[in-house]
Ligand binder design. Structure first.
Ligand code: GTQ
Ligand code: FE2
Length: 358
């Protein structure tokens, strides 16, 4: 600080403060209380081809089992130093389970979901309910639910995991418990029990347990997500609205018992943008991770355009201006920490930020 140049006694004062384990606000005010957020995380793109190839190599040389628990390869944001976090709050990983492999049961206070880009043949057993994982499906693993995965097929499967590991770590709220090492349930039903009760929109099962902070429905199938997006764009075609903006349809996965987020700390959505159309540019407090599910386009991050294709993953830090334009019909999976910011009264969104001074 400039004042220390003219008053050398301040150096002594600051040294004595440090020795007493205290610190002044005034020398660090701009970092501690910035005018707008100063995220350490960077806008970043991971190519599916690259990450998937590394997952395949791990599949050959690293066994999955007790201790390590999962063959999951996490996106490590280059702005965050040496932690394997996609953003300061969100974990995103590619999990690889080889033909006929199993991943043992455990539970933890971190909340999880899985999103399936392609492949199949794996069942995840959540609190004793086996749930088939198929292309385009979103699967939930609520905090403290027992879960194990088993691959019944002759092919390996990879999928995207999302968890609130970084948030729970920062909050010192992590708990973990091992389950039995042997798979408890090798059955392969095509419909999970939670689905039989809760899959019918607008019809609440009167005997069904609505659970707690997480949705009681453990899987959201691609057929209904796809149909919902298609129906929105059909309305949009006829100029009847019902979409986010012209040519941009989107749905948020919700808890069928409450209408709120599927997970208390993670918002999850699917977006579809028609070929040749753009989303409205925006920036928001909090961070997101996007994965291209189908198609190709260009994502613009703080003014920098990046072409993306199937499977590519993008981290969007807090207050980073974000826009998508579609070359082909573009389907994008998105998850964010927005519920945390909303509950804490910290949510803020700014539309078309490039038109305004920063
Ligand atoms: O599948 O249970 O990517 O516990 C990280 C932690 C996946 C899982 C991850 C986990 C899991
Ligand atoms: Fe887990």
């Amino acid at each position: 600080m400039a004042t220390s140049d003219i008053d050398p006694t301040l150096d002594n004062l600051y040294a004595d403060m440090a020795a007493a384990d205290v610190a002044p606000l005034w020398t660090q005010r701009e970092n501690l209380m910035p005018v707008t957020p100063l995220p350490a995380a960077l806008p970043h793109v991971w190519r599916w081809k690259v990450v998937h190839a590394l997952a395949e190599r791990a599949g050959v040389s690293v066994p999955v089992g007790r201790g390590g628990e999962r063959r999951a390869i996490a996106l490590a944001n280059p702005g965050l130093g040496n932690v394997p976090f996609a953003t300061p709050t969100l974990w995103a990983a590619i999990q690889y389970l080889g033909a006929h492999e199993t991943a043992p049961a455990h539970r933890h206070s971190q909340t999880a979901f899985r999103f399936v880009l392609h492949g199949g043949g794996v069942w995840t057993v959540v609190n004793g309910d086996p749930v088939e994982m198929r292309r385009g499906d979103l699967l939930l693993t609520p905090a403290w639910a027992w879960h194990e995965h088993h691959n019944t097929s002759d092919d390996a499967m990879t999928w995207l995991d999302g968890l609130d590991i970084p948030l729970v770590s920062q909050l010192d709220a992590g708990f973990f418990e091992y389950g039995r090492a042997e798979i408890s349930d090798r059955s392969t039903p095509s419909v999970a029990r939670s689905e039989q009760l809760w899959q019918y929109a607008g019809l609440r099962p009167i005997g069904g347990d609505a659970g707690g902070a997480c949705s009681p429905l453990m899987v959201y199938r691609w057929e209904s997500t796809d149909a919902a997006l298609r129906a929105q764009l059909d309305l949009d075609n006829r100029g009847e609205g019902g979409v986010v903006s012209r040519g941009h349809a989107a749905v948020r996965f919700t808890n069928p018992a409450t209408g709120s987020e599927v997970l208390p700390t993670i918002r999850i959505e699917m977006h579809r943008i028609r070929a040749g159309q753009k989303s409205v540019s925006r920036r928001a407090v909090g961070s997101d991770v996007w994965q291209v599910f189908d198609g190709s386009g260009v994502i613009t991050l703080d003014g920098l355009p990046v072409p993306v294709g199937e499977g590519d993953l993008v981290a969007v830090p807090s207050w980073c201006a974000f826009q998508i334009s579609a070359d082909t019909t573009l389907d994008l999976f998105r998850f964010s920490d927005a519920p945390v910011y909303e509950k804490l009264g910290l949510a803020r969104t700014d539309f078309e930020p490039e038109d305004k001074p920063r």
